[in-house]
Write a protein that binds this ligand. Structure first.
Ligand SMILES: C[S@@+](CC[C@H](N)C(=O)[O-])C[C@H]1O[C@@H](n2cnc3c(N)ncnc32)[C@H](O)[C@@H]1O
Length: 260
């Protein structure tokens, strides 16, 4: 992947939304979001969504969860534009604002947010320690970090199968282990830290996604994006399922509270 190339461009967005639903660039839809947010009260709160993608979750947090203000940040123009369009379409543009940012420190004042959320986006942020410290800094005391991310079961060299899968994705993945996230959250000062392995759930879901790509979704995806592109998708899913089965690819929910 060359510098400056968009990873999540309009074609990629259209493909992922075809699989995962309007505004979703990650699996599970509103139900999985509900599991990430389980037990947290967003009503009247100020929320940051790191890596908001094409916006369904930022919209959901304002519309269904009653957040007073949701700021979605992302590094790509196409997803930011798609998210803004969705917020307009859903009538929540007054509560949801989308900002294109540069990768790096979170450009917000200390203790600014009640909740920092992220779904399957911090995989793209290599320095988990700096990220956790920065999230802690911008949370008010008593505020929560609630995220989902794609993890790998161990630190160090990935297996041969994992390398093959990561290469197929071609999305600048920086996967970390549960141990590394646990340590990074502890070092940042979080309490009530919880990590929940979602491997068994996503293993099932990914099989359904592959069946969709090979069945019902095939004709439309081939027509819209071409045979080669569709074959590439199927190939990526097959390689992903290998490392989901071994457990090395292990999406997790992550949570921690800034003491208050
Ligand atoms: C798999 S998508 C998930 C999007 C959304 N959270 C969802 O679940 O639908 C990952 C997103 O992370 C964004 N991203 C990549 N690097 C980032 C960074 N350093 N900061 C914020 N977002 C980033 C990508 O542009 C992409 O929109």
């Amino acid at each position: 992947m060359s510098d400056g190339e968009m990873l999540y461009d309009d074609r990629h967005i259209a493909t992922l939304e075809d699989i995962w639903g309007e505004g979703f660039l990650s699996p599970g839809g509103p139900e999985e979001v509900a599991r990430v947010l389980d037990g947290l009260d967003l009503r009247g709160k100020r929320v940051l969504d790191i890596g908001c993608g094409s916006g369904a979750i930022a919209v959901l947090m304002a519309q269904d969860y009653g957040a007073a203000e949701v700021i979605g940040i992302d590094v790509e123009d196409d997803v930011c534009n798609a998210a803004r369009r969705l917020a307009e379409k859903k009538g929540v543009a007054d509560a949801v604002s989308i900002r294109k940012v540069e990768p790096g420190p979170l450009d917000f004042p200390d203790q600014h947010f009640d909740l920092v959320f992220s779904k399957d986006s911090i995989i793209h942020i290599p320095d988990k320690e700096k990220l956790c410290a920065d999230v802690f800094r911008i949370l008010r005391p008593g505020g929560w970090f609630a995220a989902s991310d794609w993890l790998t079961s161990h630190d160090g060299e990935p297996s041969a199968e994992m390398k093959i899968y990561i290469e197929a994705e071609d999305l600048d993945f920086a996967m970390a282990s549960p141990n590394r996230y646990q340590s990074a959250l502890e070092a940042a000062g979080f309490e009530s830290i919880a990590l929940r392995n979602r491997n068994s759930w996503y293993r099932e879901v990914a099989n359904d996604e592959l069946a969709y790509l090979q069945g019902e979704g095939r004709a439309r995806l081939e027509r819209e994006f071409g045979h080669e592109f569709h074959a590439g998708l199927v190939d990526t899913w097959e390689k992903m399922i290998v490392v989901l089965k071994t457990g090395e690819h292990c999406p997790h929910h992550l949570r921690g509270r800034r003491p208050g």
